[in-house]
Design a protein around this ligand. Structure first.
Ligand SMILES: [Mn+2]
Length: 285
């Protein structure tokens, strides 16, 4: 029910649409800009600028839907319209685009309408939360080099490096399903709290097998196996850009709906890999 603010009390879009609040508080203006966080030089020159973003976790618009909160949807549409499309960019969404562990695909499609269909214009690879959909596990940029095809870049979600979301996927699945049920019962942001909790092993909370180094090692192995100079992952929810000791550039898209660095994305263009975020500010008038 649209008018029911309930647990979505921080959804400014809903506040703005409420005529009672508009008359007392005025209207607000949302401004966005893309800000570069980090940049590294590489020997990769794709014909079109390559963009990567991940972990959008589109839900059904209910209390378990992280993408519907704050200004994540506006920021994503701004990103498509002001960054990717004017640039003639080639966007890959690297998994966990759809939150299929907490809702079915039909309600997501119904809730996000045009945006849902618009996503078909871009390349999608699968993550752990949307592994039910028939999408490829990865994408490779392959260019001719000395008359032979050469893999220059590999992009995938990254959960294959995480045993609790690959071999023992029932663990990750159970945590997410329980979080979704609790959120529908009125507890706020259970999945984000669980992700940062010390009790549950996640890429953020466990120092060893789930540490950033663990994913960097996975990226290094992937680079060695494929010959790629650049490896782009998601899944950890931690935006990262690093040159590893063997020269591999490891980039992580972070998580579009993360609380700390929302709206993060990776760009590869003209011999550079860069990490960005969509900075947003709202002014009430
Ligand atoms: Mn994931």
């Amino acid at each position: 029910m649209e008018g029911d603010a309930g647990p979505q009390k921080y959804d400014l879009r809903k506040l703005q649409e409420d005529p009672c609040l508009q008359s007392s508080k005025g209207t607000s203006q949302l401004t966005m800009k893309a800000e570069c966080i980090a940049e590294l030089a590489v020997d990769v020159h794709p014909r079109r600028p390559l963009y990567g973003a991940s972990d959008l976790h589109l839900g059904d618009g209910g209390p378990a839907d992280d993408f519907g909160e704050d200004d994540h949807r506006d920021a994503f549409e701004w990103f498509l319209e002001h960054e990717v499309e004017p640039d003639g960019g080639d966007l890959t969404l690297l998994g966990d685009v759809f939150e299929l562990w907490q809702c079915d695909l039909a309600p997501i499609q119904e809730h996000y309408g045009n945006l849902f269909w618009r996503l078909r214009n871009y390349r999608l690879t699968r993550g752990n939360h949307d592994s039910r959909l028939r999408m490829p596990p990865d994408w490779k940029l392959i260019e001719e080099e000395h008359g032979r095809p050469k893999v220059q870049l590999v992009a995938e979600h990254g959960h294959r490096a995480d045993p609790l979301n690959s071999s023992f996927i029932f663990v990750g699945w159970t945590v997410t399903v329980v979080a979704g049920v609790l959120e529908r019962l009125g507890f706020r942001d259970v999945d984000k709290k669980a992700w940062h909790s010390k009790l549950i092993p996640t890429p953020i909370t466990r120092p060893r097998r789930f540490s950033p180094e663990h994913y960097a090692n996975y990226a290094r192995r992937l680079a060695r196996k494929t010959g790629a100079e650049i490896v782009i992952l998601g899944h950890t929810h931690k935006p990262t850009l690093a040159r590893l000791e063997d020269g591999t550039v490891y980039a992580n898209c972070g998580c579009w709906v993360d609380a700390d660095v929302p709206g993060s994305f990776v760009k590869v263009h003209e011999g550079r890999v860069s990490l960005w975020k969509v900075e947003r500010s709202r002014r009430w008038t």
